[in-house]
Design a protein around this ligand. Structure first.
Ligand code: DQA
Length: 141
């Protein structure tokens, strides 16, 4: 089983950006955490982070016929990107949407997600553990 883990804009700034919301641990820490869980579950994980919408779209398209699941935290594109939604619909791969923070208890504009219109499961407000839960969900399907 092969899972693509995609993180969108500003998630490379984890550990620096708003630590009171996103915590003090870094993007590399996140990758290491997911890698160790993936090993435990005998799953192959591939990681991608970008601040560019089109690059995320291309990365999703490249998953077609290659990956069995996608874990995506689209960052701010969650709330704006029809293009990312359409890319996910195009490839038809089981997808879990993850948000580190509880987007429902923040600003009004964070409550709507285009990606949720496709994602099989949405995990919000569980910190980095949300990614591990997503991995478990996709492997137990
Ligand atoms: C986020 C929530 C988004 O609203 C925000 O724009 C992010 C991170 C989260 O993981 O909580 O960049 O997706």
């Amino acid at each position: 089983m092969k899972i693509k883990v995609i993180n969108g804009p500003n998630l490379n700034m984890l550990g620096i950006r708003e630590p009171e919301i996103y915590g003090k641990t870094t993007y590399s820490d996140l990758v290491e955490l997911i890698k160790s869980k993936a090993e435990e579950l005998c799953v192959e994980c591939d990681f991608f982070q970008s601040n560019h919408e089109g690059d995320i779209v291309t990365q999703i398209q490249n998953c077609y016929n290659t990956f069995d699941g996608i874990i995506i935290n689209p960052g701010a594109y969650t709330h704006t990107s029809v293009a990312i939604l359409d890319a996910l619909k195009s490839v038809g791969i089981p997808t879990v949407e993850v948000h580190i923070s509880d987007v429902d208890s923040r600003e009004e504009f964070r409550k709507f997600s285009f990606v949720s219109l496709y994602a099989e499961k949405v995990i919000k407000g569980k910190g980095f553990d949300g990614y591990l839960e997503a991995l478990e969900y996709l492997t137990n399907k």
